[in-house]
Design a protein around this ligand. Structure first.
Ligand SMILES: CC(C)(COP(=O)(O)OP(=O)(O)OC[C@H]1O[C@@H](n2cnc3c(N)ncnc32)[C@H](O)[C@@H]1OP(=O)(O)O)[C@@H](O)C(=O)NCCC(=O)NCCS
Length: 156
C-alpha cells in the first residue's frame, strides 16, 4: 500500500532506545543482512558522541532513519532506510538533506558512504545528491557482492 503524506508533517528527531522496536522492523525489511539491535544500542550509547542517529517520524510512527558519524573533518553515512509503504515520497531525501547539513555545519567538508553496486534505488538517490564513485570494495557484503565507496565534497 502506498501512503500519501505531506513532507511537512514529518519530523526529524534523535533516535531513542524506545524507538528500536520500530527501527528494527524497518531495518529487517530493508536489508538482507540487517544490523542487530545490539549494534544500534551500542551506537546510541551516550559515550559515542561522534555517532548520530535520527528518525523520521510521522505523527507517532517511525517511517525511516539515518545513521552517520563525524570524524576528523569527514562525515560517514552508515545507514539510511525508509519503511516500504512510505518509499518514493521523498523521505530519504529529507533524511539525507538533514544528515548532510548537520555534517557540513559541524566542520566536515567531505562525506563518504558504502553502497551495494546492485542497489539501484540508493545509487540513484546518492547520485541526485552529487555523490561520486571514489572506489570499490570487493565482496564487501555477506552475499559476496561488491560495494562502491561514494564521496561528496561539501561547500563549507
Ligand atoms: C534507498 C531508500 C532509502 C530510498 O528511500 P525513499 O524514501 O524511497 O527515497 P526518496 O523517495 O527520497 O527518493 C529519492 C531518490 O532516490 C531514488 N530512488 C528511490 N527509490 C528508487 C527506486 N526504487 N528506483 C530508482 N530510484 C529510486 C530516486 O532518484 C529518487 O528521486 P526521485 O523520486 O526524484 O526520482 C529506500 O529505497 C530504502 O530504504 N531501501 C532499503 C535500504 C537501503 O538500500 N538503504 C541504502 C543503503 S546504502
Amino acid at each position: 500500500m502506498i501512503i500519501e503524506i505531506p513532507l511537512s508533517d514529518i519530523l526529524i528527531d534523535r533516535m531513542q532506545y524506545e524507538d528500536l522496536k520500530e527501527v528494527m522492523e524497518i531495518e529487517k525489511e530493508a536489508f538482507p543482512d540487517p544490523w542487530h539491535v545490539s549494534f544500534f544500542k551500542r551506537l546510541l550509547h551516550p559515550r559515542k558522541k561522534h555517532m548520530h542517529l535520527y528518525v523520521a517520524r510521522l505523527q507517532d510512527k517511525i517511517i525511516g532513519y539515518v545513521v552517520f558519524y563525524l570524524n576528523f573533518g569527514e562525515g560517514h553515512i552508515l545507514n539510511i532506510a525508509v519503511a516500504i509503504e512510505h518509499r518514493r515520497r521523498g523521505v530519504a531525501k529529507l533524511l539525507l538533506t538533514f544528515a548532510l547539513e548537520y555534517i557540513e555545519t559541524n566542520a566536515a567538508d567531505v562525506v563518504f558512504l558504502e553502497v551495494s553496486v546492485n542497489n539501484s534505488a540508493a545509487l540513484h538517490l546518492y547520485k541526485q545528491f552529487g555523490f561520486e564513485v571514489y572506489g570499490q570494495r570487493k565482496r564487501y557484503y555477506s552475499d559476496g557482492s561488491d560495494a562502491y565507496v561514494l564521496r561528496k565534497h561539501l561547500q563549507r
